[in-house]
Design a protein around this ligand. Structure first.
Ligand code: C2E
Ligand code: MG
Ligand code: MG
Ligand code: MG
Length: 276
């Protein structure tokens, strides 16, 4: 019976795997052309001060518009880009685009707000991020102090001996370093203390649950206290309601980001809001 079940299972699953593989290959091929076809763009989501809700910076978030197929979410195509080695090219595009935007906003007198870019594990491991950022800032004539790099906690902690010096190089240049999705990985507090990190971003799963779940709220408070102890800034991501915003302000979380204040939007829309 086991043998026939195994054989049936084989026949049953094979087409599913084949279909998945075909879809993934199709996504990879389309992604290879996306850069050339100008299908990629950046949206910018404001980060606001918890005290008065003034905008203190932005996070650049990658968008892929496949035309008739619509928008493909980054959580779907970034892992593909990482696997097939396209992330380097895409990451370089994101950096250049974000720096260009920062330079334009600055020339137009919109002030000195920081723009954060997300950097994946593979970029950190394989690309000379420090050199790339120095070069791009030089080309655009902007200070690296206008940039922040967000790396996920799991990426940093997977190999702290290797990532530590890169983060230090970024920081020495003036780039702010943020640990993204904090609380979802396995941080060693001993490493965290020694790492050159400026900002901790609390993962939005804790913010979402904090209103209903006492332990999630306790975790948020613990992370806020930890950031203060380590002399780091702290950002709450995924803030969707004013209740959450009030709670976060109450426990001393300095910066908030989420739909409650603004969704990620094209640069043109940010500018329209400034002009209002
Ligand atoms: P992330 O860096 O943690 O970005 C925050 C995500 O939360 C974004 O999703 C943002 O749109 C979403 N978000 C913001 N506020 C709210 C809220 O109030 N509620 C909810 N439910 N969501 C909110 P998005 O844009 O889909 O990006 C997903 C992930 O893709 C990012 O997570 C980041 O890990 C990755 N990603 C995006 N752009 C890039 C990029 O240029 N390079 C790399 N390597 N990764 C990127
Ligand atoms: Mg991020
Ligand atoms: Mg995040
Ligand atoms: Mg994330």
């Amino acid at each position: 019976a086991a043998k026939s079940a195994g054989r049936n299972a084989f026949h049953f699953f094979r087409p599913v795997f084949a279909e998945q593989a075909r879809r993934r290959l199709e996504l990879e091929l389309a992604l290879r052309e996306a850069v050339d076809r100008r299908e990629l763009s950046l949206h910018y989501q404001p980060k606001v001060a918890a005290s008065d809700h003034s905008v203190v910076g932005f996070e650049a978030l990658l968008r892929w518009n496949r035309g008739e197929e619509g928008f493909v979410p980054p959580d779907r195509f970034i892992p593909v880009a990482e696997d097939c080695g396209l992330i380097g090219q895409i990451g370089a595009w994101v950096l250049a685009e974000a720096c260009g935007q920062v330079a334009r906003w600055h020339r137009e007198g919109h002030g000195w707000q920081r723009v954060a870019i997300n950097v994946s594990a593979r970029q950190l491991a394989h690309d000379d991020l420090v050199g790339m950022i120095r070069e791009e800032c030089g080309r655009q004539e902007i200070s690296p102090r206008l940039l922040e790099v967000e790396v996920t906690e799991s990426c940093v902690m997977a190999n702290p001996e290797q990532t530590g010096p890169i983060l230090k190089g970024l920081r020495d240049m003036g780039v702010s370093v943020a640990i993204d999705d904090f609380g979802t990985g396995h941080s060693s507090l001993a490493y965290l203390r020694r790492l050159p990190v400026d900002v901790i971003k609390i993962d939005r799963s804790f913010i979402r649950e904090a209103g209903e779940d006492a332990s999630a709220e306790a975790i948020v408070k613990t992370i806020v206290d930890l950031s203060r102890t380590l002399d780091m800034g702290v950002v709450a991501e995924g803030v969707e309601t004013f209740e959450q915003a009030e709670m976060l302000a109450g426990i001393g979380c300095g910066i908030l980001q989420g739909y409650c204040f603004a969704r990620p939007m094209p640069a043109s829309e940010i500018e329209r809001r400034w002009d209002e």
